[in-house]
Design a protein around this ligand. Structure first.
Ligand code: ADE
Ligand code: ZN
Length: 338
């Protein structure tokens, strides 16, 4: 059974959503025009929103996607651009019964092109204020990500800026993550940044690993960066002892099934280790990653998993409960969500 009504109504938590990954080709072109940003002229994909959308259907790797993703950043200029993007995401998520959303953003990749951290955060906060009034039973949080392709000192600068704004301590952001390219990006390269984050009192640490890179990177991130969550983590299945360790510790993986297919990590959803993770008791949530680029929002990801694995209602209830337990909210909020 495809359980369409059940999946729509199931209360959801989303933990792996890049706000910049919700920028649709149509909005990209509109903002380029509004903000007078020129798009690449040497790439026929940028002829129109339709050609860009068609190009997005043919990503060959994470890095191929990231090339387009970071071009999309360039059209985001004003706080109101970030506000609109964020509000629209929350509104759509609320319609799919998302009750708790932890939204990633990539500050370094904006500041390096001259958009201040303040502009970015003003947009995010304005959206949250508006959305909290419109969708009062939904909780919304933000998580900055270090981007691995930029020099490590710029990650330290970002962390210092967030800390000096008091944004970890006042709850404006609730944790710290790491995204962008994974190949050859061993966790040890970033241990100084994670150490600084820990020294600043941040315990909610996560990182993208095991998307393209090996299970050994995931293990190193747990050991050397003290992450308590791993984003993607699908390649854990290559290391049975790490699977056992995750089952034991209840460390949550934030899986993004459609993303993995679209970036050719796997050729089909059926090839993801969902069945094994369930059977071994590894906690995971199901997420959309970059819905405007991969063509599926959170419900689309739930439905794709159901189509591939034909899970039972109790199995889905277990996934939903695990994603509540793995959320970065306090016990009182978890109790409301359960
Ligand atoms: N940034 C946005 N989406 C990403 C992904 N799937 N992997 C790594 N970095 C990302
Ligand atoms: Zn991601």
């Amino acid at each position: 059974d495809h359980l369409p009504m059940f999946l729509r109504e199931l209360p959801k938590c989303e933990h792996h959503l890049h706000i910049e990954g919700t920028l649709s080709p149509e909005l990209l072109f509109n903002l380029a025009s509004k903000n007078s940003i020129s798009l690449p002229t040497d790439d026929p994909a940028f002829a129109s929103p339709a050609t860009l959308k068609a190009r997005y259907e043919n990503f060959v790797s994470l890095d191929d996607f990231l090339h387009y993703y970071f071009i999309g950043f360039k059209v985001l200029t004003n706080a109101s651009d970030f506000e609109a993007l964020t509000y629209d995401y929350i509104q759509n998520a609320a319609g799919q019964n998302v009750k708790h959303a932890e939204i990633f953003f990539d500050p370094q990749a904006h500041t390096e092109r001259g958009i201040t951290y303040d502009t970015l955060i003003r947009g995010l906060k304005a959206a949250k204020t508006r959305a909290t009034a419109a969708f009062p039973d939904m909780s919304i949080e933000f998580i900055p990500c270090l981007v691995r392709h930029l020099p490590v000192p710029t990650a330290h600068t970002m962390l210092e800026e967030i800390m000096s704004a008091g944004h970890f301590h006042d709850g404006t952001v609730i944790g710290f993550g790491m995204s962008s390219t994974e190949k050859d990006m061993h966790p040890s390269l970033f241990s100084s940044v994670y150490k600084a984050a820990q020294e600043a009192g941040i315990e909610n640490l996560t990182a993208h690993y095991g998307e393209e890179g090996p299970a050994s990177y995931m293990e190193a991130a747990i050991e050397q960066l003290s992450v308590v969550r791993v984003d993607h983590g699908r390649r854990v299945i290559e290391d049975p002892s790490l699977v056992a360790r995750l089952a034991e510790s209840k460390l949550m993986l934030t899986l993004c099934p459609v993303s993995n297919v679209r970036l050719r990590g796997v050729s089909k959803i059926e090839d993801l280790p969902i069945r094994e993770l369930l059977d071994k008791g590894v906690r995971f949530s199901i997420n959309s990653d970059d819905p405007a680029y991969f063509g599926a929002d959170i419900l689309g990801n739930y439905e794709a998993v159901q189509l591939a694995f034909d899970l039972t209602i109790p199995e889905w209830e277990g996934i939903a409960l695990g994603s509540i337990e793995g959320s970065w909210c306090n016990e009182a909020r978890k109790q409301e969500l359960r």
